[in-house]
Ligand binder design. Structure first.
Ligand code: ZN
Ligand code: FE
Length: 255
C-alpha cells in the first residue's frame, strides 16, 4: 500500500505535507507553518496526525507546531542539532538515523546550508523526499547560516537519490526560480519547456510540487553548477564546483 501525500498550502507561499501510511493509518505532518490549514486538511480526509516532522528552525516552518501537537497529540520529531531552537521535541534525531511512519522507514539526511541543522526526510519505499528549504523546484534555499561548500555538499546528497524520487519542497518559488534559471542557461531546451509548464500550472493555480530529481538534474542551475558547459556560461570555465555554485547562488541573491 502506498504512502499517500497531500500538499497543504500555508501562509503566503509555504507548503506543508500530510503523509499517510494507508496500511496502519500513521500520518506524518511535514513542517507546520500554521496549524489551521493542516487541521482542516486532516479533518477533510478524516485522518489523525500521529507524527510531526520538522525540517528546520525558521518560523515559517514551525510556527504552528505547538498548536498542532496540542490539538492532535502527534509525536514531534526534529534534528537534535536544532533542539535548542525548535518547539519541544518528543524525539531528537541525527542525520543517518531512521524514523518510522507506520510501515514506511524515513532516512534523516543532513542538508545544512540554508540553516545549520536543516534535515530532509527521505522515504525510499515511497520514492519521496521532503526537502523544505534545501533543494527546491529549480532552486535552493538562500544560504543564511552555512557556506556554499556546505550547501553544495547537502544538494549532492539529494542528487545521489534515485532520479525518479519525488521532491517535496517547502515553498512555491518555481516561477521566479525559472526566470532566474533561464538567465544562466537560456538555451537549455528542458529548462525552456519546464519554465513554460510552470507558468501554465501557476496560471491555473496548481502547485509546482512535487517535482522529480531527474527534472531537477536536467534544469536546476544549482545542481548543474558543476557541469563544464554551465561553468563556461557563467564565465568560470575551469573553476571548482564550489566556486561555480557560489557564483550562481550570489547571482540569485541579487536577482
Ligand atoms: Zn527557511
Ligand atoms: Fe522557509
Amino acid at each position: 500500500m502506498p504512502l499517500e501525500i497531500v500538499t497543504v498550502p500555508c501562509l503566503k507561499d509555504n507548503y506543508a505535507y500530510l503523509a499517510r501510511d494507508e496500511a496502519t493509518g500513521a500520518t506524518a505532518i511535514i513542517d507546520v507553518p500554521e496549524a489551521a490549514p493542516i487541521l482542516n486538511a486532516l479533518a477533510e480526509k478524516g485522518w489523525h496526525a500521529s507524527h510531526i516532522l520538522i525540517t528546520h528552525h525558521h518560523d515559517d516552518h514551525i510556527a504552528g507546531v505547538k498548536a498542532l501537537a496540542a490539538a492532535t497529540g502527534a509525536r514531534v520529531i526534529g534534528a537534535a542539532a536544532d533542539q535548542h531552537r525548535l518547539p519541544r521535541l518528543d524525539e531528537a534525531v541525527e542525520p543517518g538515523e531512521t524514523i518510522r511512519i507506520g510501515m514506511f522507514a524515513g532516512e534523516v539526511i543532513d542538508v545544512s546550508g540554508h540553516t545549520i541543522g536543516h534535515v530532509a526526510y527521505h522515504f525510499p519505499e515511497a520514492g519521496a523526499v521532503f526537502t523544505a528549504d534545501s533543494l527546491m523546484a529549480l532552486g535552493c534555499g538562500r544560504i543564511f547560516e552555512g557556506t556554499p561548500e556546505m550547501m553544495l555538499k547537502s544538494l549532492s546528497r539529494l542528487a545521489a537519490l534515485p532520479p525518479e524520487t519525488l521532491i517535496y519542497s517547502g515553498h512555491e518559488y518555481a516561477q521566479s526560480n525559472a526566470r532566474f534559471a533561464l538567465t544562466i542557461e537560456p538555451a537549455n531546451p528542458a529548462l525552456i519547456s519546464r519554465s513554460n509548464a510552470i507558468t501554465e500550472a501557476r496560471k491555473a493555480g496548481r502547485p509546482t510540487v512535487p517535482t522529480t530529481l531527474s527534472h531537477e538534474l536536467a534544469t536546476n542551475p544549482f545542481l548543474r553548477a558543476k557541469l563544464p558547459e554551465v561553468k563556461a556560461l557563467i564565465g568560470l570555465a575551469g573553476a571548482s564546483d564550489a566556486e561555480a555554485f557560489a557564483e550562481i547562488r550570489a547571482r540569485k541573491d541579487r536577482f
